[in-house]
Write a protein that binds this ligand. Structure first.
Ligand code: PLP
Length: 430
């Protein structure tokens, strides 16, 4: 496979951009080698600077549930861009977006748009602290909630694969207000509330984790979090930046029947443009400026192009939800089970965690339910597996702690081709 043009771009990139990338996990540090530069994408496929084509399982790290350059999204954007790209004044699209989100996620009575998931979680934490008058936040080991200071503590994939336990520049005083406990550990959560209950403003959680690889909540774990937060007067914050509109049209909260106080969204709701949002109960959200005293703002928040791309995506998901989500799940299950069968044939121990259109291949014989078990994956084997797939035209997430995403543009043919590549890749790494 030719890589000259990507290599040349990367040489130029590292001179002018830290590590050559604008977000660390793109840099292939966890898998070795150099990133490939993409110049276009359509449906389930990416094309790189050297003209190579790949079946894409990164999906821009989650947003591209409809596949790339969906014709309806492209058409809507083309129309929108002619009307100007940003006004800094209210638009009808923001109202329609808020209504669209609200009718899919009934725990959200009011919603505020942001430009990224990071801004959404950061603002949700500020709001939780403001309305409770408390300091401490509980998060779970291996969950990632963006890179705001308070949340950059044992934060999963990007940080874990770079081997940074924490980040320099995050004040220890601030990090100390974040209590970190293992995912799926009800006992630790109970204990934490026993000791710190009066100080806890909120519990933030990825209800289905995407950022230590795909890890599912054990039965009862999320309802325990709901029960404890309610009993102790803390807010339950669902970080559905990945899972919102991904694990189902009603998100993880719909799937598990839990009503969080606040929900953070991002990724899919921007249809591939920069976006985030947080919303929840009316009496919490009305504390935000200008209705209330809690300051939160954004020059480009609710940007018309992001709203149009996101709205078009959400409307397609609503229209097609009864066929689209089952089909995604069917394809993903086929892929996950196919990988497990091939691995068994090759004598390679794997755990393939999957839910809806999310999946992760862990090279371990342990059940993966939290960060400790996720970290038992054989990273060297993953590296070889990743490159063996890339050579065969499969663009898998370049980290053992990421989730692969299947899109609505993937079909049986792509899954078949992927399984062929997986078969050969697994033989290579056996
Ligand atoms: C991606 C992600 C974020 C951060 O969103 P950005 O738009 O990258 O800032 C927050 N939480 C979760 C669960 C995410 O996957």
């Amino acid at each position: 496979m030719r890589r000259e043009r990507s290599a040349e771009w990367f040489r130029r990139a590292v001179r002018v951009i830290p590590g050559g990338v604008n977000s660390p996990v793109r840099a292939f540090r966890a898998v070795g080698g150099e990133p490939i530069f993409i110049c276009s994408a359509r449906g389930a496929y990416l094309e790189d600077a050297d003209g190579n084509r790949f079946i894409d399982y990164v999906g821009s790290w989650g947003p591209m549930i409809l596949g790339h350059a969906h014709p309806e999204v492209v058409r809507a954007l083309e129309e929108a861009v002619r009307r100007g790209t940003s006004y800094g004044a209210p638009t009808s699209w923001e109202v329609e977006m808020a209504e669209e989100i609200r009718q899919a996620l009934p725990s959200i009575e009011k919603v505020r748009m942001t430009n990224s998931g990071t801004e959404a979680t950061m603002s949700a934490i500020r709001l939780a602290r403001a309305v409770t008058g408390r300091r401490k936040i509980v998060k779970f080991e291996g969950c990632y909630h963006g890179h705001a200071d308070a949340l950059l503590v044992r934060a999963g994939s990007g940080v874990a694969t770079l081997g940074l336990p924490d980040s320099p520049g995050v004040l220890p005083e601030l990090a100390a207000q974040t209590l970190v406990i293992p995912f799926n550990d009800e006992g630790a959560l109970e204990q934490t509330f026993e000791v710190h209950g009066r100080d806890i403003a909120g519990v933030i959680i990825e209800p289905v984790v995407g950022n230590m690889g795909c890890v599912l909540p054990k039965p009862g774990f999320l309802s325990k979090a709901r029960e404890l937060t309610e009993r102790h007067g803390a807010l339950l914050i669902f970080d559905e930046v990945i899972t919102g509109f991904r694990v189902g049209y009603h998100g993880a909260q719909g799937l598990y029947g839990i009503r969080p106080d606040l929900t953070c969204l991002g990724k899919i709701i921007g249809g591939g443009l920069p976006v985030g949002a947080f919303g929840g109960r009316e009496e919490v959200m009305r504390e935000l400026a200008p209705e209330g005293p809690v300051y939160q703002a954004g020059t480009l928040s609710g940007n018309p192009l992001a709203m149009v791309a996101g709205l078009t995506t959400l409307r397609i998901l609503r229209r097609d939800r009864e066929t689209l989500y089952p089909r995604l799940e069917h394809l993903t299950t086929r892929l996950a089970e196919g990988i497990a069968i091939e691995a068994e044939r090759c004598g390679v121990p794997v755990r393939v965690n999957h839910l809806a259109s999310m999946l992760t291949v862990f090279f371990t014989d342990r059940e993966v339910t939290d960060w400790t078990s996720a970290a038992s994956t054989d990273r060297a084997r993953f590296r070889r597996f990743f490159h063996a797939l890339l050579e065969r035209g499969i663009y898998w997430p370049p980290s053992p702690f990421e989730t692969a995403f299947v899109s609505a543009a993937h079909g049986e043919a792509e899954i078949e081709m992927t399984l062929d590549a997986v078969r050969n890749a697994l033989r290579e790494v056996a």
